[in-house]
Design a protein around this ligand. Sequence first.
Ligand code: NAD
Length: 259
Amino acid sequence: MCGRLQNQTAIVTGSSTGIGRAIAHRFAAEGADVVTNSRSEERANETAAEIEATGGNAVGVAADVTDYDAVRSLVEATVDSFGGVDIMVNNAGVTTVKPTEELTAEDWRRVIDVDLTGVFFGAQAAGEYMIEAETGGAILNISSIMGELGLHKRAPYCSAKGGVNNLTRTLAVEWAKHDIYVNALAPGFIKTEITDQTQEAADYTDEDIQKRTPLGEFGTLEEMAECALFLVSRNNYVTGEVLHADGGWSAYGWGYGDR
Ligand code: NAD
């Protein structure tokens, strides 16, 4: 198999579903050896098996991204399986939809732990390996348009994603000398388990989102994988960037659309 990620090894966290799964498939189709990940070994292996069935190379490794040691083991298992790590995609994420005055400490910690601390653990473990191995590499953190915008009932999520954006910029500056590119992808609204849960809890419809989005549609998983591929390619002078892939949502100041 040949492609744009030939001879590269990529880890994608939270890749048993949604955007992470689509990125894992696309990277494998571009020739990368891919480590798929989920908290459950069975689910990590499922995505790996799908990739293998289409002619790609993949192994599944279970790890909870909030567990420092487990994330270190994820990187070690990748090196054991494929001889290195060139690309780390910190994709795993959760959200909560609750008015701030009703949030518990546990609600807050759960989202910050997965969406911000998990990204830090993944970036640090992969970055350390890349520095030590002197190979350079690419780290891609999956953020959200909510990293730049406030939205009611999303205080932990907006805070975590805002943190991801500035962690991304900081690591890009710090690790440029090691030839490590660090970028973030900030999707708008893409149909996945997260959007289904949040839409139900937040009480808005598909039509509300389509109306507010200048391009008039949800983004697709394939479009997110295409953006991810660009951001890990290391042939484009792009580092420290937060790419908004949102159909114009965050460019649009007026509020509710004219569609
Ligand atoms: P998803 O729920 O399908 O994917 C999230 C994945 O993360 C799941 O597979 C889940 O099992 C995994 N995960 C959760 N906690 C984990 C943990 N502690 N350790 C390991 N894995 C864990 O939803 P998605 O939309 O594909 O989300 C992927 C990323 O995209 C998230 O970071 C999310 O915040 C971001 N995002 C999604 C949208 C959207 O519209 N879908 C928009 C903006 C940002």
